[in-house]
Design a protein around this ligand. Structure first.
Ligand code: DAH
Length: 350
């Protein structure tokens, strides 16, 4: 019995040294003091086998061992709990002397910046901003804009069709499409609001084009138009000059070249003085000093009629401009892909 007590005593020393967590110490407590099979109670229950004359010594030794195990377990359990609390506190302590982390601010996309700039300058001229739908019917994208079904100008705007056909509408059974230009908004706005109207519309347009340096199957346009009594081409020119000077600087010049669009008559293409060489001639403008920037014209009488507006009483002008191209020119971005790839190293510069 004395031997068992000594053996248990040294077994405990080893086990205590090895137990370094609250759980391990708890397991030890169960091993030595557990109600069922605890080693100390087991030894106590064997006291009755001990011969009478040894009982006191053995009993004393057993009591000492029990007290020692109890107090050493308690002491180490408390120490480990204190250490753990210390580590937790260290983890949670706030070091108020650390420099603050800079918040990471987002950046607006260059096309968004240009769109906001264009919208702002037209808002100042009291235009209504009306983005219009991207999924459109043939009527609003083509027909009402004077593109007859086999009009050759449709070929220049190769169209993505959607797998859904018009239910009611102007051409029941005709497939819906992704608008090829923002000119659909002319018809939609003139339908919604009786003249006089002044509308600016910016948004995405889609064409079945390969991706190249200059082209992408999705791009952005700004469309502006005015319908009122007595509107003439002088109003158009003054408006465009105002816009170009605001976007590209007060010394920017513009010129109009005759052109053709089904929904305007007369029609013009507008060039502005090259922003890189200021008109002197350089590689970007093919030595001409000019770069093409938008299409425009006086709204065709048939288009007004298609919207229930009497062309004898009302007249209007319209223009359409590529916003991606404006962003590329303003920020000197040579490839349209750079605009749509959204590489953060590019976007962070704006
Ligand atoms: N919708 C034409 C296009 O995408 C651009 C355009 C030209 C719009 C002349 C106009 C305009 O409003 O008058 O090619």
């Amino acid at each position: 019995m004395q031997n068992d007590i000594t053996a248990l005593s040294s077994e405990f020393d080893a086990a205590l040294a090895a137990a370094n967590s609250a759980t391990a110490l708890d397991e030890l407590r169960v091993r030595y003091f557990g109600r069922k099979g605890g080693l100390i109670p087991a030894l106590f229950s064997r006291l009755k086998e001990v011969p009478k004359e040894q009982k006191k010594d053995v009993g004393d030794a057993l009591n000492k061992l029990r007290d020692r195990i109890e107090s050493e377990l308690k002491e180490k359990t408390e120490r480990i709990a204190a250490e753990e609390a210390g580590r937790k506190e260290a983890r949670e302590t706030l070091d108020v002397t650390l420099p603050a982390r800079k918040p990471r601010l987002g950046h607006l996309h260059p096309v968004t910046l240009v769109r906001q700039e264009v919208e702002q300058l037209f808002r100042e001229m009291t235009y209504t901003i009306d983005p219009g739908p991207e999924i459109e019917t043939d009527w609003y994208n083509f027909e009402a804009l004077n593109f007859t079904p086999d009009h050759p100008a449709r070929d220049t705007q190769d169209t993505f069709f959607v797998d859904v056909v018009e239910k009611g509408g102007h051409l029941p059974g005709a497939p819906l499409l992704l608008r090829t230009h923002t000119s659909n908004v002319q018809i939609r706005s003139m339908e919604k609001w009786k003249p006089p109207v002044k509308v600016l519309s910016c948004g995405r347009v889609y064409r079945r084009d390969e991706i190249t340096m200059r082209r992408s199957p999705m791009f952005h346009q700004a469309e502006g138009f005015v319908v009122d009594r007595g509107i003439h081409i002088g109003h158009l020119r003054a408006t465009l000059e105002f816009m170009i000077r605001r976007l590209f600087g007060p010394d920017s010049k513009m010129r109009m070249r005759p052109s053709f669009f089904p929904f305007t008559e007369p029609s013009a293409e507008v060039d502005m003085s090259c922003i890189f060489c200021r008109g002197a001639g350089c590689g970007t403008c093919s030595q001409t000093g000019w770069m093409e920037i938008l299409g425009c014209g006086m709204i065709h009488p048939q288009v007004l009629r298609n919207c229930g507006i009497d062309p004898e009483e009302w007249s209007g002008f319209a223009f359409g401009m590529g916003l991606d191209r404006v962003a590329m020119l303003k920020y000197d971005i040579p490839n349209i892909r750079t605009i749509f790839e959204n590489d953060l190293r590019v976007l962070e510069q704006f």
